[in-house]
Design a protein around this ligand. Sequence first.
Ligand code: HSE
Length: 439
Amino acid sequence: MNPIRVGLIGLGTVGAGTFHVLQRNQAEIRGRAGRGIEIAMVAARNEARAAAYRAVVGDAIPVVGDAAALVDNPDIDIVVELIGGIEPARSLVLKAIANGKHVVTANKALLALHGSEIFAAAREQGVTVAFEAAVAGGIPIIKALREGLTANRIEWIAGIINGTTNFILSEMRGKGLDFATVLKEAQRLGYAEADPTFDIEGVDAAHKLTLMSAIAFGVPVQFDRAHVEGISSLQATDIKYAEQLGYRIKLLGITRRRENGIELRVHPTLIPATRLIANVEGAMNAVVVQADAVGTTLYYGKGAGAEPTASAVVADLVDVTRLHTADPDHRVPHLAFQPDAMSDTPILEMAEVHTAFYLRLVVADQPGVLSRITTILAEHDISIDAVLQRESAEGERQTDLIILTHDTVEGRMNEALAKMQGLPTVLAPIVKLRKEELA
Ligand code: HSE
C-alpha cells in the first residue's frame, strides 16, 4: 500500500523531533501502522529552519512558507499542526478539516479554547483530530484515559502537567531560594521561556487539565470555567513550613467528580511528601488517575522536549493511519464518549470546591490570639488537622501561626478567613493554600 502522506506545519523543536523520529524508526512505524508514513510537504515561515531542513532532505519534499498551500494540497492525507497559539492555527486546522484531512496537533491552547468547534467540524467531515501531544508531552495519558481506562468510572485526576513550574518548585525547595531567583535561573538554563507567563501563572496546565477533564467525564472542553492560579506569589517560607509538616507543594491540575458537578482547578497544592507524585522532581510530569475499577494509576514521563513530544505526535499518526479507511462512526470518539452520550454536568465554582487548607497567619504573640482564631474556624464548622507556631525570638512581638484544616467547602473557608483577617491581632494578609491528601 502507498504510504500515507503527511503535511507538517511548523519546523520548531517538535516539528524537527517528529521528522527525526519518523525517519529513524520508519521500519518499525511502517510495521505497526500497516503502511509507511511519509512527510510529503512542510510549511515553515522561519527561513533559517526551512533552509536547515532542505539541507537534510534536499528538494524532494517541498517546503512552503504559506501553510494555506499545505492544507489545500489534495495529496496530503494528514495535517500535523505544530505552530501553537490560536491564530493562524485555528483557521488552518478548520480549513484542513473542511478539506477532508485528518489533523494531529500538539496545540493545547487551541483545543482548550476552541475544541468544541473543532471537534464538531471534524465529526461533520468524518475526520479525526488527534491530540496526544497536547497533554503531558510524551506520556500517553490521552490514550490511557480514552481507551485504557474505558471500563472505569473516573473519580478524579491530579497532575503535575507543567514542567517549567515543577522545575522551579523543585529548585525552590531544594535550594531554599525564592521564586524570582529561581525563575531567572530557569530562564538561563532554558527551562523557562523569556515570557514565562503561561507556564508560571498556571494557564498551560489549565489548558491540559481542561482536555483531560473533558475526556474523563464526558463533558465539553470548558477552559473558561477552570480556576487558574500559578506559583508566582508562592513564598519560600511556605514551602519550608509545608515540609516541616510532612508536605510538598506542587502546582497541580485537579479535576474531580462531585455529586453536584465537576471541580476543575489549577493551583499550588500541599500533598503528603510520601506520595509518589510528591517526589516527581525537575521538569518531569506525572498524572494520577483514580478510577473505580482499577483504583489508582500513575503516569510519569517527560512533558516536553523534541522527541518526547514527537513520540506522542507519531503515535497519533500511526493511530490515524490504522483507522484512515475505517467508518468514522467506528473510530474512538475525540472526547472518549459518543457525541450523543456527552454530559452537561456543570463545572463547579471555586466556592463549591471541597478541599483542605494550609493557612499561614502573622499574628501578635499575646494571650488569646490562637483561641480567637480557632473559635472562628469552629463557628464555621471547619476542623483543624494540625497547628504549628514558630517559636518567637527574644523580644519579638509577632510570630507565624500555621494551621492545616480537614476538608471543607472553599466558600466557608473564605468567610472564616475574612473574619480572621479582621482581627486586630492578625498583622498581615493571611496566606491560603489548598491541601490534598490524594488518598
Ligand atoms: N511549557 C510546558 C511545560 C511544555 O513547561 O511543561 C509545553 O506544554
